[in-house]
Write a protein that binds this ligand. Structure first.
Ligand code: FES
Length: 126
């Protein structure tokens, strides 16, 4: 499933954050829209790069964290789903352990502009 077909998915060019406001190696959640159609994402700064993913575990299609809580971050830039403990790499979103090993979080392509804004990009996802 492509992130663009999710309800309330952000359009290309949507500003999601400012890189200087993002903590290093710690995902930050964001929500667009509300109710059952809310679009939930997570964004993380890894050095001078920023990665973003749909906050939807490929196991049961639920958020990796509980509402209002931060993410369960593991060493080596990994994050764990709090429901059944699937572990995903923050570099590529690939599940490296747990019930959906080998599956991947949906990647939201982002770019960092000269002013530090992190925006949704139209670059293809590798
Ligand atoms: S819902 Fe995430 S591991 Fe089961």
């Amino acid at each position: 499933m492509n992130w663009k077909v999710c309800a309330n998915a952000p359009a290309v060019g949507t500003r999601l954050a400012t890189i200087g406001d993002l903590p290093h190696d710690t995902p930050v959640g964001f929500t667009l829209g509300g109710g059952k159609d809310a679009f939930r994402g997570l964004i993380v700064r890894l050095g001078d790069r920023v990665k973003a993913y749909v906050n939807r575990c490929p196991h049961y299609a639920v958020p990796l964290n509980r509402d209002g809580d931060g993410f369960y971050v593991l060493p080596d830039n990994r994050v764990m789903c709090v429901v059944h403990c699937a572990v995903f790499g923050l570099e590529d979103g690939i599940c490296v352990d747990g019930p959906v090993r080998g599956d991947r979080l949906m990647v939201i392509p982002v770019a960092v502009k000269d002013d530090g804004s992190v925006v949704v990009s139209d670059q293809p996802v590798e």
